[in-house]
Design a protein around this ligand. Structure first.
Ligand code: UD1
Length: 418
């Protein structure tokens, strides 16, 4: 069991480089199931979720070789299993992303239902209804989805809500369907645009990724490709919030400001100074922080994956801020932990009211999910005294070498294993 020991307070200053986006890499890796040729992905973050996806793909017959940030995925011959077992999907919901490509390429997929997770129920009904619209026969038994289709056929499908994983699964399935598919009410996240770019390099015909409606003209086969993954906007956002939270001055290079617009607007309103470079972002804080409300929403709204970190920041802001979580139904588990550090936050359904500023004090706290863990680390950086963040395996799922990046910015953080 690994923990972080953080000695606060810290003021972060300096420059770090953004890593590749975990949430863009996962579907890109799943896309290797659509072809018999090698796929080379660059700027792959070295985080646990990527290793879990690599193991799942190995099970499905795709070999992988990793050299630093480059991963080469090489599909194997016939006779490979078509199932994504519970043991792997329960570790990482994104395992369901193999469903669409497996079905499209091999005519059959058997994928464990991911089940609930710490932040909510998170069903995959939209993925399944979409695949059924393309002609798949879907049955659920023994906790598994079994989907079959000799040949998927293009169709019109409207998502009941914008779902990132659902849009990605359908995009990959439709790329090899016969005829045209029209997907409506699609998620518009930058990670979807990145997946569409990769698929286009493989020979897919896709129009409208990043917009509400995506049109896909199916092709008979897809080739291998090389692709460089976009920067991780959530990781960049986390370090910018850390800078704001500690009254610091941090530059993140290799990142794209446009993908972070909703966060940057809020940070500017809250009193942060933000400078945009060609591919870098600098945040500094001189005056006091002001409380600003936030409502999470699908892209281009404020990302739910930055809600917990933003809440940590608002404990240091002057005034009362209301944070409304609309994407997931149970994503406030960091609140009691922040409370143990002295934060004053009330929850009412999907609303949290943060009263600031409060002087945080170091405490022993427990990480419950990936982004909640990041929030507790940020709180620890600003708190007086020692904070111990337990169960940081959650953090390791999505942040590469966080303690090294934080130390490079001057933070006193140690990883302690027991
Ligand atoms: C992805 C991200 C995750 C992020 C989330 C929302 C990856 C690997 N993960 O997760 O970090 O927090 O987007 O930005 O990219 N829903 C349904 N039925 C479905 C699908 C979704 O009801 O079939 C609901 C979910 O329960 C949730 C909402 O739709 O309330 C959005 O979920 P979705 O966009 O699908 O999230 P993920 O793709 O799982």
């Amino acid at each position: 069991m690994n923990r972080f020991h953080i000695q606060g307070p810290n003021r972060l200053a300096g420059t770090i480089e953004a890593g590749g986006a975990k949430n863009a890499t996962l579907p890109a890796m799943a896309a290797s199931l659509l072809t018999d040729e090698p796929l080379v992905l660059r700027r792959v973050p070295r985080v646990q979720d990527i290793r879990t996806m690599a193991r799942l793909l190995e099970h499905l017959g795709v070999e992988n070789e990793a050299d630093d940030e480059v991963v080469r995925l090489v599909p194997g011959g016939p006779g490979r299993p078509d199932d994504a077992p519970y043991e792997l999907v329960k570790q990482m919901r994104a395992g369901v992303l193999v469903l669409g490509p497996l079905l499209a390429r091999r005519g059959h997929a058997r994928v464990s239902l991911p089940g609930g997770c710490a932040i909510g129920v998170r069903p995959i009904d939209q993925h399944l209804a979409g695949l059924e619209a393309l002609g798949a026969e879907v049955t659920l038994e023994h906790g598994y989805v079994d989907a079959r289709a000799k040949q998927l056929v293009g169709a019109r499908y409207r998502f009941g809500m914008p779902t990132v994983g659902g849009t990605e699964n359908l995009l990959m399935a439709a790329a090899l369907a016969r005829g045209t598919t029209r997907l409506e009410n699609c998620a518009r996240e930058p990670e979807i645009v990145d997946l569409a770019r990769l698929l286009a390099r493989m020979g897919a015909q896709i129009e409208g990724a990043g917009q509400d409606t995506i049109k896909i003209q199916g092709v008979e086969s897809l080739s291998g490709a090389e692709h460089s993954i976009i920067a991780d906007r959530i990781e960049t956002g986390t370090y910018l919030v850390a800078a704001a939270m500690t009254g610091g001055d941090v530059t993140v290079t290799g990142t794209r400001a446009a993908d972070l617009a909703p966060l940057l607007e809020k940070l500017a309103e809250a009193g942060c100074r933000i400078e945009l470079g060609d591919d870098s972002l600098r945040l500094s804080l001189e005056g006091p922080l002001r409380a600003r409300d936030v409502v999470t929403a699908p892209h281009p709204g404020f990302p739910t994956d930055l809600q917990a970190q933003y809440m940590a920041l608002m404990t240091q802001a002057d005034g009362v801020s209301t944070i409304c979580e609309t994407v997931f139904e149970n994503r406030f588990q960091h609140v009691p932990e922040l409370g143990r550090m002295g934060a004053h936050i009330e929850i009412d359904g999907s609303y949290a009211r943060v009263h600031g500023p409060t002087g945080l004090s170091g405490a022993k706290v427990m990480a419950t999910d990936l982004r909640a863990s990041a929030c507790l680390v940020l709180a620890g950086l600003a708190a007086e005294g020692r904070t111990v963040v337990d169960r940081i395996y959650h953090l390791d799922r999505g942040y590469e070498a966080m303690e090294h990046k934080l130390r490079a910015l001057g933070a006193r953080v140690e990883r302690v294993s027991e």
